[in-house]
Design a protein around this ligand. Structure first.
Ligand code: SF4
Ligand code: MG
Length: 314
């Protein structure tokens, strides 16, 4: 009852009356052409919200989004349509993003024809078969429905569909976290091969540092809707400086022991994004917190070239 008093259910959505949810705040990063920028952090830290804002599925209240040299922040939906073709998304649960009533052939050819990337249905079908082979599926599988595939195969279909519209930039939102470990590596390899072949840029989202260690060029670590540390991969893995990043590293089993000076356990739960903590957002969970941390917001400081972190201790 307490929950229903606070929350309204309308049009299939829960919403909080008169409450502002601070989903993402003051997040800034660049993704260069042909590079992988990864956002990592615990679930609920704003990674997906950031991704959806970049592609403008969520309208930002402030700030600026630039794509391929063009400011797209204020573009209207119809102006956004051709831009969005060049920015494709791959989701954690491919099944939810595939129309269960469409055969794979239709799933792949429909966007090509819609965006006029092919002049005929036959041309689109030929292209679809090539795409399927490119992601490790066979042409015979084009006449099946999504439910006839395994999770890993569906993710291959999701990737083929993203490729179908010839994007420049791919947002991969936890694309392997629902898959078996053996399948995860296969999917990551496909994504990396495609990057080498087509020079895509990726915004890659993960909660698991071991997933992004090998594929990233740069990373941003998010906590409660903000980036607390951002650096080129080598610098971040050699020298993580923010207490939250250190805690994430010490929770990750695959990181070499000698990379981490001290292991730091994370205590407590992620605070509610409705009532953000004062000062440093991490202060009530931080093993290094001092009295100042609850009062003053730390700003991002450059600790070495290209390596930024927000902590009063730096
Ligand atoms: Fe911890 Fe204070 Fe640094 Fe925040 S500013 S991460 S609370 S030491
Ligand atoms: Mg998410």
């Amino acid at each position: 009852k307490d929950f229903l008093d606070k929350v309204k259910f309308k049009k299939g959505r829960f919403s909080l009356e008169n409450q502002v949810v601070h989903a993402v705040n003051d997040v800034s990063f660049d993704v260069e052409q042909g590079e992988v920028f990864s956002l990592v952090g615990e679930s609920g830290c704003g990674k997906s919200t950031t991704a959806r804002t970049v592609i403008k599925l969520i309208e930002p209240k402030a700030g600026k989004i630039t794509f391929d040299g063009r400011d797209i922040t204020r573009l209207k939906p119809q102006e956004m349509r051709p831009v969005r073709r060049e920015m494709q998304m791959i989701f954690q649960d491919p099944y939810a993003s595939l129309n269960p009533r469409q055969k794979v052939m239709e799933i792949l050819t429909e966007p090509m024809l819609f965006h006029k990337l092919c002049t005929s249905k036959a041309e689109a079908e030929e292209k679809a078969v090539n795409l399927l082979e490119r992601v490790g599926l066979s042409s015979e599988q084009a006449n099946r429905y999504p439910h006839q595939f395994s999770g890993g195969q569906r993710q291959r279909i999701g990737i083929a569909r993203a490729l179908a519209v010839e994007p420049k930039f791919i947002i991969a939102d936890e694309p392997v976290s629902a898959l078996d470990v053996s399948i995860q590596a296969q999917i990551l390899n496909i994504l990396m091969d495609l990057k080498d072949e087509f020079h895509f840029s990726y915004l890659f989202i993960a909660h698991d540092l071991s997933v992004v260690k090998h594929i990233s060029d740069s990373l941003g670590v998010m906590y409660l809707g903000s980036i607390v540390e951002r650096a080129p991969k080598k610098a971040l893995f050699r020298n993580p400086v923010h207490p939250y990043t250190k805690a994430l590293f010490s929770a990750a089993p695959t990181i070499d022991e000698n990379n981490i000076a001290e292991s730091q356990e994370l205590r407590g739960e992620i605070p509610s994004p409705i009532h953000l903590p004062s000062g440093c957002l991490f202060h009530d969970r931080c093993p290094m917190a001092c009295p100042d941390c609850a009062r003053k917001v730390p700003e991002l400081k450059e600790v070495e070239p290209g390596h930024f972190a927000a902590c009063h201790l730096l």
